[in-house]
Design a binder for this molecule. Structure first.
Ligand code: FAD
Length: 386
């Protein structure tokens, strides 16, 4: 077997081979379909934000940086009829691009609006929130490079989760570092998988060299990607009771039933339960004496990372940065903020946007794992041989 990664994913409970086959056969196809349903494709986000750390220095080179918002007539009325395919163009700058800020009272019945203790944005504050159709704004290469982008990653790593040196740091801090590093790998893989190869002809495609240079040549970064995937997968399955009963109601019956059915297939998947019933074991953490303080400290650090997303100088990167950080914050909340076993009075409540972020994050990670599995060997062969 020519596999490069074998054995158990560090600090997790399943091995690389199992993750690859489960993902390829079950998780990836389910998630890909789930995120196209109306419930999961509209994300509420505050895109225009003041960076609390540095003056704004938008560093976008490509027009592809900007995000198309949902025009008022699209949301939620067109839930009832599918979008004509030629509508899949940016509405930016057109009069119909005005944002509907009243949707919350019109749609999504049955959801609570509560603040997530792990993230910076106040999710209960609807002013300045806009709705973005994620299907029209894929995460890919945007041309956001240079000191502005570098500064964010540097701040994320150096101020919030310095790379642990082996044996020196506690398990919990290691988890935070690995989650961020795994997310970073995933973002880099998406940039490499959907890259502007030739600006003059607008040719997009895979950039194996970039994937190798940024991720594959560092086995740790690949391992952290698998770790983050399993961590988020565990959060989703741990929240199964909540997610099964949640209302995926957008007014489009057929699509809403489809979302619910796909969600069930994901949550109670026999193959997943047989091969990897506990993707990550959160019960092992916070056991030491300083557990509660440590949790507070890490929560604060994660909040800082969340507020750094306001400084990302490219709109589309900010959109996906915010979504994925909220997704991670939701996973952290599920695994660490609610303890129904020891405290039966604590019941898990997730808000709609948290669920959308969580599932879309899991899908992005699942895609990255698949891309590494598929493109990895050829990228390693080409680049490693040079
Ligand atoms: P960077 O990816 O900026 O990495 C900086 C440094 O971090 C590296 O030199 C290395 O020391 C360390 N590092 C890199 N990867 C890892 C890892 N996995 N684990 C641990 N350490 C690591 N650009 C786009 O084109 N599209 C996007 O959608 C996009 N989204 C972004 C979202 C966020 C939140 C941020 C901060 C940036 C985003 N960018 C996006 C920019 C992109 O991530 C890179 O910063 C940019 O492409 C420049 O890359 P780089 O080669 O300088 O290395």
């Amino acid at each position: 077997d020519s596999r490069k990664y074998t054995g158990i994913v560090e600090d997790c409970c399943c091995d690389y081979e199992t993750v690859d086959s489960l993902n390829g056969e079950v998780l990836h196809p389910l998630l890909q379909e789930l995120v196209t349903t109306p419930f999961f494709r509209y994300f509420k986000v505050k895109l225009w934000c003041d960076c609390p750390f540095w003056p704004d220095d938008g560093m976008c080179r490509l027009r592809d940086c900007s995000v198309c918002e949902c025009p008022e007539n699209e949301f939620p009325e067109t839930f009832k009829k599918p979008l004509p395919s030629d509508d899949l163009v940016c509405q930016e700058g057109k009069p119909q691009a005005t944002v509907d800020r009243t949707v919350d009272s019109k749609a999504f019945r049955g959801w609570m609006v509560i603040d997530n203790p792990w993230t910076n944005d106040d999710e209960t504050d609807n002013s300045e929130m806009t709705y973005v159709n994620l299907q029209l704004n894929p995460e890919r290469y945007t041309g956001y490079v240079g000191p502005s982008a570098r500064r964010i990653w540097d701040a994320v790593y150096s101020e919030n989760c310095p790379k642990y040196s082996s044996g020196e740091i506690c398990q919990e801090k290691k988890v935070l570092y690995k989650l961020i590093s795994g997310l970073h790998s995933s973002i880099s893989i998406h940039i490499a998988a959907d890259y502007l190869l030739d600006e003059s002809t607008n040719l997009w495609g895979q950039n194996l060299e970039l994937m190798y240079d940024r991720v594959l040549r560092y086995p740790d970064r690949v391992r952290n990607l698998y770790f983050t995937f399993l961590f988020v997968l565990r959060a989703v399955t741990k929240a199964a009771d909540f997610l099964e009963q949640a209302e995926y109601d957008t007014g489009n019956n057929a699509e809403d039933l489809k979302a619910q059915s796909l969600m069930r297939q994901l949550l109670y998947n026999p193959k997943l339960q047989a091969a990897c019933p506990l993707p990550f074991d959160e019960a092992k953490l916070w056991q030491g004496q300083s557990g509660p303080e440590l949790k507070q400290q890490i929560q604060k650090q994660f909040k800082n990372i969340s507020s750094l997303m306001d400084c990302v100088g490219c709109e589309k990167c900010r959109l996906w940065g915010k979504l994925q950080v909220l997704g991670l914050g939701t996973a952290l909340k599920i695994l660490f903020s609610v303890d129904g076993q020891n405290h039966p009075d604590q019941i898990l409540h997730l808000q709609r946007n948290e669920v959308i972020a969580l599932v879309n994050l899991l899908n992005r990670l699942s895609e990255s794992v698949k891309l590494v599995q598929e493109m990895g060997p050829s990228a390693e062969n080409i680049m490693g041989g040079l």
